[in-house]
Design a protein around this ligand. Structure first.
Ligand SMILES: [Zn+2]
Length: 141
């Protein structure tokens, strides 16, 4: 069993739970006779509040799975990983992320509203917020 990283994938900073999840995915993929290819870890553009920049998410290639098997593979992987992980079947990949719910493991931000946005986003929001307040003050102050 083995997996490969798509060229350009940045694996530095990927956290232990994600490596464990990848090893679990290898087992699932091997049952379908498909090599596991990790198509994204820390790099790339992801949705806001993504866990990718934290090294807590990975994207897995699905087109090399047998036709129609991706949904079943996603369910099997979810079962193997347990409740502290989320497995999502997207249009062209399976997204997995570590999102502890049990309270027994390390505490990581969830992908819900309480997850801090990327630092650059925070800065932009802070600047935009200050600007809006300044403008409001000028207009109405
Ligand atoms: Zn993803």
């Amino acid at each position: 069993m083995s997996y490969s990283l798509k060229p350009g994938v940045i694996s530095t900073g990927a956290q232990a739970p994600i490596w464990w999840a990848i090893s679990q995915a290898e087992s699932v993929w091997s049952r379908y006779g498909a090599p596991l290819v990790v198509t994204s870890l820390l790099e790339g553009q992801h949705v806001r509040n993504s866990l990718h920049p934290y090294g807590m998410a990975a994207d897995l290639r699905i087109w090399n799975l047998p036709s129609g098997a991706a949904g079943q593979a996603a369910r099997e992987l979810q079962q193997a990983l347990g409740a502290d992980f989320q497995v999502m079947l997207e249009s062209d990949h399976i997204h997995i992320e570590h999102q502890p719910r049990s309270g027994s493991g390390p505490s990581w931000p969830t992908s819900g509203g309480e997850l801090p946005a990327a630092a650059s986003d925070n800065t932009l929001i802070a600047v935009a917020g200050a600007g809006a307040i300044a403008i409001a003050f000028l207009l109405f102050g």
